[in-house]
Design a binder for this molecule. Sequence first.
Ligand code: MN
Length: 157
Amino acid sequence: MSESTVRAFQQQDDAFRWSGVELRAYKEEGAAPFRDVTRQTLFARADMHGELRYFEVAAAGHSTLERHVHAHAVMILRGRGEVLVGEQVHPVKALDLVSVPPLTWHQFRAAADAPLGFLCMVDAQRDRPQPPDADEIARLRAIPAVAAFLAGSYTPR
Ligand code: MN
């Protein structure tokens, strides 16, 4: 991505976009289960240790359930939904901040009727996400709110 002092924000076909920023697939197809997620790298420089990305989960979509050594610092930018961090499910809306500590299970789900767009700050050099194995899934599903979230039926009160 070449440097540009100002990249204008533009809403295109209801998606949040920035001029000159490529819209990419969230992950390689088949790499891990996810649904209706796009990725845009907003800032990445060889002389910085961090990157800022924007992800957009379409209504009823979700990111992968994963954990890794690197942390995430997230600001919700549009829409609403729920996030699983560790063993807790939290409703989130625009401008909420979400911290994902190292080696903590996490997943983002958009509401059935609204997208969920968020900025995510990460280390430029980072380890690969780990998927849960069957035992981890069973352990998470033993928590009722988490089971409802994973089934896509969590409703914030
Ligand atoms: Mn992650």
